[in-house]
Design a protein around this ligand. Structure first.
Ligand code: SF4
Ligand code: SF4
Length: 218
């Protein structure tokens, strides 16, 4: 693949032509918040709305997970518009998230905590009050459990299950506010085709999927 030069926050960086800017930035030590990004996606869903950058010459920020590297492409990872979009997306995510970091299995290894730290965002309910839906957890598997009240709907577990493990035990169901990760026909994970390979747990960026044994925990 031919190389191009992109400019991120004023830094000239060589990158393979067409490589998505999010990965170019992360590989070069430039942090851009993200939750749903998976490098192998041919068509990234761009659903978490956190990886916006400001492209020189374009009015509106664009998602860096969908932005191909091209020669001379110049972006800023921060701008007032980018920061506003990221803050709103983050606050909306939190409004449907049970925030109890101290007792969460992902505490200190959680992407939400990292985003808050990197972007100086508050990890607490703000403009959008907590919805308090708190759907029931599923701890039917022997080795792991799923607590949907901590799920950020990033889809990484589904990618791991369907594209890496090739099992197809889980998927998204329903739309809008009721969108959730479920098994086919909503059966418990232990009654689904899940073989407990654990790839979905390792792919989860927060504490929604977690191993039961601390020795195996992330
Ligand atoms: S998933 Fe992250 S932000 Fe949410 S409670 Fe757990 S540690 Fe805190
Ligand atoms: S369970 Fe984890 S990996 Fe799966 S969609 Fe929710 S947050 Fe993402």
């Amino acid at each position: 693949m031919s190389k191009v030069t992109v400019i991120i926050d004023g830094r000239e960086i060589k990158a393979p032509a067409g490589r998505k800017l999010l990965w170019v930035a992360l590989e070069n030590g430039i942090y851009i918040p993200n939750l749903c990004a998976v490098e192998e996606y041919a068509r990234p869903p761009a659903s978490c709305r956190l990886c916006f950058v400001q492209v020189e010459g374009r009015e509106k920020p664009v998602t860096s997970c969908t932005l191909p590297a091209a020669d001379g492409l110049a972006v800023q990872t921060r701008s007032p518009r980018v920061d506003r979009l990221v803050r709103t997306a983050f606050e909306l995510l939190l409004s449907d998230h049970r925030l109890q970091c101290a007792s969460c299995p992902a505490n200190r290894a959680c992407e939400l905590q990292k985003i808050a730290r990197e972007r100086k965002l508050k990890l607490r309910y703000g403009r959008f009050p907590y919805l308090q839906r708190e759907p029931a957890p599923d701890d039917s598997p022997q080795t792991f459990a799923f607590d949907p009240s901590r799920c950020v709907l990033c889809g990484r577990c589904i990618w791991a299950d369907q594209e890496v493990a090739k099992i197809g035990a889980i998927g998204f169901s329903r739309r809008g506010i009721n969108r959730s990760v479920t098994t086919f026909k909503d059966v418990a994970l232990a009654e689904s085709p899940c073989n407990e390979c654990g790839l979905c747990v390792k792919a989860c960026p927060v504490g929604a999927l977690y191993f039961k044994k601390t020795a195996e925990s992330k």
